[in-house]
Write a protein that binds this ligand. Structure first.
Ligand code: GDP
Ligand code: GDP
Length: 466
């Protein structure tokens, strides 16, 4: 298995990095609730432009507040991101011309040595020569004029950036086609017995792909060793290229698992050890590549900004999630109560996930954790039958109709499943633009309950026919 290639956006403030980032990622369909407590991290995302999947990092997000010299502004994380990415898009501003900071960044990039593409942004309405002439002096090859705001040149830029990198990995589509139903088909569907269809889970792959993520020292390698300790480790894939994921395969009961490594684990004697420092990019790649994430937190220290950031990526990715609060051993009751409250306060937006209090070191709570992983995986891939969805929708509306908006009264006719992992429910009807977030949350909680969707995020989309 291969990780998706990583494209880093680099450049001084105001050149248009976040504008380009937004265009490349066309931010995912917002997950249902507006998660209070989550500072949305808009600096990592899945690329949605061109033929191949990739990850994008806007290094502007790493800039610390101190404004003393552009190089100082670039935090260690920027350098790490540059070192770990496959290609850097270095953005400059056609309207502002070359600037001393651009030169400093160019020098730094040349030293770091990744593949660099120099993109001259804000070039809309300019001809190529006019836009790029100044920038040849940066010595980074032919500058490419683009307009992040208008989209000019952006698709070509990405094709170019990825050209030598990607093997054409054909992704299996998780979306099932959207179909309009006429009244007859709908009535027929509603009278069908869903019985078996509902309990059946549509696994395309029975192997559960697991990413165990968390900041350094929370106990990830200890947990991995405990998980595979008593089991038979089937295989341990060493990477060929930097984009190859390291995979550890094991079985328990009748389930097969693949752990996708985030920490650069190496096998030392009988156990795995983490030999690399924490890598934001590896973490992100593993989250993208897995279908269930275990987020490991350390009960013996506070929940930090970094924990919240990682949680943010997980949420953004739409992956199923189980939270492991580790190092639960040796804590007195007061400390335990405190960390439970801390988690509830800071990570409210992860309420769809099950929480386990474990000791990876002593093996306590690990079996139960794995059981929740299985359940979360099943929930993420659950088949939601149209009749049952529609009946639940109608029951929900009957109990609490959606509020009017002006003269519009939303009318919801039926619902069907539009995708898995995470489950997507598409509600069809009229004037559905008028449905507000709180009503959406209400529907979500009804669907979650009736389909037992614990452990997975879910999305609801509305399609109005008028
Ligand atoms: P960042 O600090 O590098 O992330 O830059 P932003 O994406 O926040 O953009 C800085 C400013 O440049 C904003 O006012 C954007 O609207 C503007 N901008 C970004 N891309 C373009 C572009 O392609 N053309 C023009 N004319 N303005 C742009
Ligand atoms: P990683 O960086 O997330 O892979 O963390 P490690 O697995 O290397 O663990 C970091 C440190 O925490 C090591 O000293 C572990 O022995 C310790 N540790 C891990 N799990 C537990 C636990 O459940 N309880 C206690 N008390 N210590 C633990």
């Amino acid at each position: 298995m291969q990780f998706k290639p990583v494209v880093a956006l680099v450049g001084r403030p105001n050149v248009g990095k976040s504008t380009l980032f937004n265009r490349l990622t066309r931010s995912r369909n917002a997950l249902v609730a507006d998660y209070s407590g989550l500072t949305r991290d808009r600096h990592y995302g899945e690329g949605r432009v061109g033929a191949y999947p990739f990850l994008v990092i806007d290094t502007g997000g790493f800039e610390p507040v101190v404004k003393s010299g552009i190089l100082k502004e670039m935090a260690r994380q920027t350098e790490q991101a540059i070192a770990e990415s496959d290609v850097v898009i270095f953005l400059v501003d056609a309207r502002a011309g070359v600037n001393a900071h651009d030169h400093e960044i160019a020098t730094m990039l040349r030293r770091a040595g990744p593949k660099i593409i120099l993109a001259v942004n804000k070039a809309e309405g300019m001809n190529k020569v006019q836009a790029t002439a100044d920038f040849h002096e940066l010595g980074l090859g032919e500058p490419v004029p683009i307009s992040s705001a208008h989209g000019d040149g952006v698709a070509d830029l990405i094709e170019n950036a990825l050209a030598s990198l990607v093997n054409p990995v054909v992704e299996s589509s998780e979306e099932t086609p959207m179909t309009e139903m006429d009244e007859d088909a709908l009535e027929q569907a509603l009278t069908t017995e869903e019985g078996e269809e509902v309990s059946q889970e549509l696994f395309t792959d029975h192997r559960i792909k697991l990413a165990i993520v968390g900041r350094p020292n929370v106990g990830k390698s200890t947990l991995i060793n405990t998980l595979i300790g008593e089991q038979r480790v089937i295989a341990f894939d060493m990477p060929g290229t930097t984009r190859d994921a390291i995979e550890i395969e094991f079985e328990q009961g009748d389930k097969k698992y693949t752990i996708i490594d985030t920490a650069g684990l190496r096998k030392r004697g009988k156990v795995f050890e983490s030999i690399e420092k924490f890598s934001v990019i590896k973490t992100l790649q593993a989250i993208e590549a897995c279908n269930v994430v275990v987020l490991v937190l350390d009960a013996q220290s506070e929940i930090s900004e970094q924990d919240a950031h990682i949680a943010g990526f997980i949420l953004e990715s739409g992956r199923a999630l189980v939270v492991a609060i580790n190092k639960w051993d040796g804590l007195d009751q007061d400390k335990r109560d405190w960390i439970i409250r801390e988690f509830e306060r800071k990570m409210r937006f992860l309420s769809f996930a099950k929480i386990h209090y474990i000791s990876a070191l002593k093996g306590q709570g690990v079996k139960a954790l794995l059981k929740s992983v299985n359940e979360a995986h099943a929930a993420a891939f659950r088949k939601l039958a149209t009749p049952k969805l529609t009946r639940e929708l109608r029951a929900a509306v009957e109990q609490q109709p959606p509020p009017r908006k002006g003269i519009f009264r939303p009318k919801m006719r039926y619902a069907h499943q539009g995708g898995q992992n995470p489950p997507l429910v598409i509600v069809h009807g009229n004037a559905l633009d008028a449905i507000n977030d709180s009503y959406k949350r209400y529907l979500e909680s009804r669907f979650r309950k009736v389909f037992k969707l614990e452990g997975t995020p879910m999305r609801i989309e509305f399609k109005s026919s008028t």
